[in-house]
Design a protein around this ligand. Structure first.
Ligand code: BEZ
Ligand code: FE
Length: 322
C-alpha cells in the first residue's frame, strides 16, 4: 500500500497545483453547446476532484478503481449489467428515484426497478396465476388502482414479477422458462387480483466485482423479500415499485436500499384446509396480501403512452449468482 500524502497547507503552492487541475478541466468544457451537459460535467469533475483530494487517493487505489471498472465492463453483457448493480449497491439508483419521484400527494411511493423485468410477459386475467409453476407458498394478492382523488382507474396495466422461493427469477435459469411474471389489467372498478407466490429473500448477483466489493466491506448481498409492480395508465405517471413483507428481518438491511415503510405489507397466513377466495384447491398453507395503488397524474414530459417502455437505463440482468 503506498503512502497517503497529507493534505497541503491552505494557501500553499501544493494546494494551488491541486486546484489548478480542476480549473483547467472546467475551462475545457467552456464551449459545450448543450448547457445541461456543461452543468453536469462541471459538477461531476468538481465532486470527483474534491473526492480525490479529500481521501488523498493513492496511485495504487486509483489503479485498483480502474481495474474494478474494467472487470465490471468485462462481465457486462446483453444479459448482465454490472454497472446498474454498482449503482444499486451505492444507493445511486435509489437516490435517482428519490430525486425524480418526490411525494406527489398520497400517490404510492416508487422504488428501484431492478434488472429482472422482461417486456412482453404473459397476460393473465383477473384472478389468474402469475406463478405459472414457480415454487413457493401460493399467495393471493388483491387491491384497487385509484387516482389521487380516490377515483378507481379501470384498465390500468399492472406488470408484476417476482423470484421463486429458491431466490431466482425465471430468467436466471438457463432453460427459457417463463414463471413468476405476468401482466394484467384492473377491472371496471379499478380492482385487481392474482395468485403469485409468497416473496422470499434472495441475493443480488454477487459473482462479479460488485460482489467482491460487498465482501470486502462485509455487506450482505441479500434483498428484502418483495414483489415487483410496474403500473401504467394513460394520463397517469408510471409507477415502478415493490411491496415488501412485514416482519422480514432484512427490511432494515436491503442490499439496494429499496425499502420504504409505506410499501411494507401484511402477508396473512391461511393454514392448510382454509377455503381460498376463488375456490382454488390448495393442499397446504396459502397467504394473502392487499395493496391499494394510487397513481399521480401525468406531468409535462411524461410519455404519452406510459406502458410503451420500461425505464430506459435498465437492461435485463439474467445471470444466476454463483
Ligand atoms: C431486484 O429487485 O430484482 C433487484 C434490484 C437491484 C439489484 C438486483 C436485483
Ligand atoms: Fe427483485
Amino acid at each position: 500500500m503506498s503512502r497517503i500524502v497529507p493534505a497541503p497547507e491552505p494557501g500553499s503552492e501544493q494546494e494551488r497545483r491541486e486546484t489548478q487541475v480542476l480549473d483547467e478541466v472546467i475551462a475545457s468544457f467552456e464551449n459545450t453547446p448543450d448547457e445541461r451537459l456543461k452543468q453536469v460535467m462541471g459538477s461531476l469533475v468538481t465532486h470527483l476532484h474534491a473526492f480525490i483530494r479529500d481521501v488523498r487517493l493513492t496511485q495504487e487505489e486509483w489503479d485498483e478503481a480502474i481495474a474494478f471498472l474494467r472487470r465490471a465492463g468485462d462481465i457486462t453483457s446483453g444479459s448482465r449489467q454490472e454497472f446498474i448493480l454498482l449503482s444499486d449497491v451505492l444507493g445511486a439508483s435509489m437516490l435517482t428515484v428519490a430525486v425524480n419521484e418526490p411525494a406527489r400527494g398520497d400517490a404510492t411511493e416508487a422504488t428501484v426497478f431492478g434488472p429482472f423485468f422482461v417486456e412482453e410477459a404473459p397476460r393473465v386475467e383477473l384472478g389468474g396465476d402469475i406463478a405459472q409453476g414457480a415454487s413457493g407458498i401460493p399467495a393471493w394478492v388483491t387491491g384497487t388502482v385509484k387516482d389521487t382523488d380516490g377515483n378507481p382507474i379501470a384498465g390500468a396495466r399492472l406488470e408484476v414479477w417476482e423470484a421463486d422461493d429458491d431466490g431466482f427469477y425465471d430468467v436466471q435459469y438457463d432453460d427459457g422458462r417463463t414463471e413468476g411474471r405476468a401482466h394484467l389489467s384492473s377491472g371496471e372498478d379499478g380492482s385487481f387480483r392474482f395468485w403469485g407466490v409468497q416473496p422470499t429473500p434472495y441475493p443480488i448477483p454477487y459473482d462479479g466485482p460488485v460482489g467482491d466489493l460487498l465482501r470486502a466491506t462485509e455487506r450482505s448481498p441479500m434483498r428484502a423479500s418483495h414483489l415487483h409492480f410496474m403500473v401504467t395508465a394513460p394520463g397517469f405517471r408510471r409507477l415502478v415499485t415493490h411491496i415488501f413483507v412485514r416482519g422480514d428481518e432484512l427490511l432494515a438491511s436491503d442490499a439496494v436500499f429499496g425499502v420504504k415503510e409505506s410499501l411494507v405489507k401484511d402477508w396473512v397466513e391461511h393454514p392448510a384446509g382454509t377455503a381460498t377466495p376463488d375456490g382454488r384447491e390448495i393442499e397446504g398453507q396459502w397467504n394473502s396480501a392487499e395493496f391499494d395503488i394510487i397513481l399521480a397524474p401525468a406531468e409535462e414530459g411524461d410519455a404519452e403512452d406510459p406502458s410503451s417502455a420500461a425505464p430506459t437505463s435498465q437492461v435485463p440482468q439474467h445471470s444466476r449468482p454463483e
